[in-house]
Design a protein around this ligand. Structure first.
Ligand SMILES: NC(=O)c1ccc[n+]([C@@H]2O[C@H](COP(=O)([O-])OP(=O)(O)OC[C@H]3O[C@@H](n4cnc5c(N)ncnc54)[C@H](O)[C@@H]3O)[C@@H](O)[C@H]2O)c1
Length: 100
């Protein structure tokens, strides 16, 4: 199975990816914009793994997402992107669009 997961560099997304890589034979396409919330070391284990594919993209960019969906033809999608904490006061519109 191919899983497309958004926010895979974050706290929850990276934990899900580690679990999928360790416990299943699924392929994970990780779509993350790598904002300041993305943890550099969160994916150390998966970084070079052949079943982990990193796509750097903004999920609010419809054309980029269309291309990613067409390229990977995933079986399922798990949405774990978030904009929280310090973002909320300054960029409420962005938070409302991505953290759904
Ligand atoms: N952390 C927790 O304890 C916790 C608990 C319960 C539920 N949740 C929920 O889980 C989800 C993920 O939370 P988290 O703590 O992993 O967040 P996080 O801030 O650690 O990670 C969010 C990720 O989303 C990416 N991102 C942000 N905007 C993006 C965009 N426009 N396009 C692509 N990538 C983008 C960031 O680069 C980052 O890697 C949220 O919906 C949150 O409410 C989190």
């Amino acid at each position: 199975m191919k899983l497309l997961l958004t926010g895979g560099r974050g706290v929850i997304g990276s934990a899900v990816i580690r679990h999928v890589i360790r416990k299943t034979d699924h392929v994970v396409v990780n779509v993350d914009e790598m904002t300041c919330a993305a943890a550099e070391d969160a994916l150390e284990e998966a970084r070079q793994h052949p079943r982990h594919i990193l796509e750097r993209a903004d999920i609010t960019d419809a054309s980029a997402m269309r291309q990613i969906f067409e390229t990977h033809r995933q079986d399922s999608v798990m949405h774990l992107v978030a904009r929280a904490g310090g973002y909320a006061g300054q960029r409420l519109g962005t938070c409302a669009r991505v953290d759904v």
